[in-house]
Write a protein that binds this ligand. Structure first.
Ligand SMILES: C[S@@+](CC[C@H](N)C(=O)[O-])C[C@H]1O[C@@H](n2cnc3c(N)ncnc32)[C@H](O)[C@@H]1O
Length: 245
């Protein structure tokens, strides 16, 4: 399965993504936008799970997203947000018109250097770029076991120390923080969430059925989840804050 196939899998997502994927903690948004700004742009905005955190932090909020299905959900949920079809490599806004660009759970899909040049083009001088990723807490055994089944590449990433100093062209060295938080989730929603992950959406029906059966076996037998219909799922949000150089 190529990266392009995985990225395109979002073209068919939308309502399920909105219903089952986790949101982002306020603390993470506070770190990126500590005081209100004129204009904020959420890039790869999807259904608006992070865009909604910008609503009280900017006078004008813009969302840019290539999937019409994802954007349709965002438009309905956040009617005051200016929503545009577009990509990180071709952002449909004016030069130097944005104070803060945010990218939640999407920067890894971008063509990095052209995307960074394009983000620099739209940002005001000294503007902020905030990158966020939610991920599992590697110490939660049952969630870790499920991640190994559902998204092996993600599991490998959990044990690797984050590169907290990663340089991006045209930006100063980042400030990095981790925000731990916890989510109460039903068993049904936990399984349904995995079905919205790119590796599942791009898999064949047989492969998907095999993965779901394996997730059910883990949840039936792990001491942290066996016999329960609802779980406390620990989450960690990694936040990287860059300033345009
Ligand atoms: C995992 S989703 C994250 C959506 C949303 N930011 C969130 O946190 O819920 C990744 C998003 O990146 C979008 N995407 C993929 N390639 C992109 C690109 N080159 N430019 C902008 N967005 C892209 C996908 O369409 C998808 O909506």
């Amino acid at each position: 399965m190529t990266d392009a196939t995985l990225a395109k899998s979002f073209l068919n997502a939308g309502e399920d993504y909105e219903r089952f994927r986790p949101g982002f903690p306020e603390v993470a948004a506070d770190a990126i936008v500590p005081a209100p700004v004129r204009t904020a742009l959420d890039l790869g905005a999807g259904t608006g799970k992070f865009t909604e955190r910008l609503a009280d932090r900017a006078n004008r909020v813009v969302a840019v997203e290539p999937s019409e299905q994802m954007l349709a959900v965002l438009r309905e949920k956040l009617p005051d947000v200016e929503a545009h079809i577009g990509t990180a490599e071709n952002i449909p806004v004016e030069d130097h018109s944005i104070d803060v660009v945010t990218v939640a759970q999407a920067f890894h899909w971008f063509d990095r250097d052209p995307a960074c040049a394009e983000i620099r083009r739209v940002l005001v001088p000294g503007g902020t770029l905030g990158l966020l990723w939610n991920h599992s807490d590697a110490t939660c055994a049952w969630d870790r076991a499920c991640t190994r089944v559902a998204h092996p590449a993600l599991d490998e990433g959990l044990t690797a120390a984050p590169d907290t100093t990663e340089q991006l062209p045209g930006f100063e060295a980042p400030t990095f923080l981790q925000v731990p938080w916890q989510e109460r989730i039903t068993r049904a929603d936990y399984i349904a969430r995995w079905l919205t992950v790119s590796s599942f959406m791009a898999a064949s029906d047989d492969e998907r059925a095999r993965m779901v059966a394996e997730l059910e076996r883990i949840l039936d037998t792990d001491p942290g989840t066996a016999g329960s219909d609802e779980y406390d799922l620990p989450q960690i949000t990694d936040v990287y804050i860059y300033r345009a150089a």
